[in-house]
Design a protein around this ligand. Sequence first.
Ligand code: 3H9
Length: 700
Amino acid sequence: MTDAAVVHIEREDGVAVILVDNPPVNALGEAVRRGLVEAIAEIEADAGIVAAVLACAGRSFIAGADIREFGKPPVPPFLPDVVAAIENCAKPVAAAIHGTALGGGLELALGCHYRVLKADARVGLPEVTLGIIPGAGGTQRLPRLAGFAAAIDMVTSGRRVGAAEAVEHGLADLVVDDDPIGAAVAFVRERAEEGGPHPVTAALPVPEFSEAEFAKAEAAVAKKARGQLSPLRALRSIRNVARMDFAEGMRREREIFLELVASDQAAALRYAFFAEREVGKVPGLDGVAPRPVARIAIIGAGTMGSGIAVSCLDAGFEVTVIETGAEALEKGRGRVTGLYDGMVQRGRIDAAERQRRLGRAAFAVGLEAAGIADLVIEAVFEDMGLKREIFGKLDAVMPEGAVLATNTSYLDVDDIARATGRPESVVGLHFFSPANVMKLLEVVRGAVTAPDVLATAMAVARRLGKVAVVSGVCDGFIGNRILATYRKQSDFLVEEGALPEEIDAAMLEYGYPMGPYAVADLAGLDISWANRKRLAATRDPRERYVTVADRLCEMGRFGRKTGAGWYGYASDRNGAPDPLVREVIEAASAAAGVTRRKIGADEIRSRILAAVVNEAAKVLAEGIAARALDIDMVMVNGYGYPRWRGGPLFEADRRGLKVVLAEVEAACAAGGFGWQPAPLLVELAEKGGTFADYSAGVRL
Ligand code: 3H9
């Protein structure tokens, strides 16, 4: 008997269809693994069955091991044994794949003798993104089937490939537009009638790949991994294919898998996986129905507005892009079509798809054109007067029930909302640049934003494929507010003796893709300069203020776009330390009466990251973010915080808040006036609590 609940067998004229039915994604939990072993045994024993098909009910083939079981002691039957049972089955087995076959799901399919894919199916081994390596033969079977180059690419990146690429790599024997199970039944019956032998992936000859090619691949993977262990370990396991027999390679793969699954990095990446899904479940919004949204109007077709338009068009919305005059509108149209041209050039979409998406776009002059939209997103220059004027006018233009959103990154959403007669319909949608690429979206809940308006914003964000995090109103919301302290603490270090390149290098070593000064040069120094000028009037003169960035801006050094910023770009397009900047820095230190000293990478990281955690603790205590995971997902998805560390608060919990508090005290001492350890951090450190417990409502 198979486990009736999750695996059952249907017989189709001598071919057994083993159907896995374990919603939502057919993960390979213990019951499924047991069910599969029993099913194979039953098929072996049944003389009336000549072949089998492994398939799934529901929206997708198997999405891999059950991630919730990781971190707990493994329970038999183990997945490698399940795959071996299929591979060693005397009767041919074909996988019928629809949706996605991921991780252990693809490993099972690799153990099958044949694979039939639906044309829109995707397959991949995303284990490295969870801090582990494929643990059921993926690193041993994929290279034998697809060759080393393709296997290294797929396994070390976790990338999913479509049916066409799967065919190219020898992963699919047949691709069908419809009914993959029916096709697989017919296909495997024919193979059974032919009599075999049926291909056994483990027994395939090992393809050629030289030591030099492995060394080259290793260097490339190490560079991309930025401190993450699993891609390099995966490569090591793949390399074993060329060095030892299948059984020994499997033993080593299992060893590495078990070592990594228990690692801090894997725990952090699992946390990020679930947190990314949890952010969408906003406390208090359960059962609140979103308003229907079919057409979105976007006001302003600058870089942000056109990026937002493309993001909405990509997701299938009807879009109206609005500008104030014909010339600006044409420029905007050029930006939007330009982004699509880029996608076609890079092979992301074909010309027909470009036409389809652009076909959903309308371009118009004047706010009145927004009147037919269900959601309007204002994306004009960061100027409160201008934004209030627009929202005041929108009141007369927009139909009742429309959602009015602003893409402000700093300004007070409540203030903007008060410019309308319906502040409860106003919400912030803070996109990140480039808006059609960046995963993060901060959804800003105003003081009186209606629950169904917030629910609408979250539903739209989900359709856009964003990681949407709800933030309360404060200067800079969750992300830019924390970034401001990160930047301030970096500037203090510069004034005390560190150089921008030393700070950037220290943060790169931590796992950030770029350091703060390289980022500033890329983003442009002028925007934060304008912001500092805006805040200058209210800044307490006792606050420690580093003038270097202002001096650079006064010199016209706005970053890459002007050929100079924190770095010079004349000799090196990636930026080189510039003696002129050093002079400005040394002058600033002297003017502040600071004797410059050598500051090591550890101290740099400790101070900067302590500032981040401290501000994050304040954001959490003030309720700007509902949970620690909301903050972590903002930092990971929008600010380059290394995903394999989970997020600043997850990492702080892991290290222990007493240790973190000591570092925060040092950072605050350096910051001087206005810098105090967050009371929440102090309290949790004293009581032995964690940010995670606090978020879960556990009070010590
Ligand atoms: C592996 O296979 C290891 C093996 O090599 C070796 C073993 C020895 N487990 O994402 P969604 C949940 S490692 C448990 O919103 P979508 C998810 O949390 C695994 N739960 O849907 C969510 O729960 P809730 C390698 C899982 O349609 C619900 O399912 N595989 C798993 O946008 C719906 O998910 C992967 O890394 C899981 N494996 O996307 C694939 N997967 O509703 C991970 C999902 O309570 N999964 N859940 O919030 C995915 O990439 C996407 O979920 C998928 C569907 C593309 C499948």
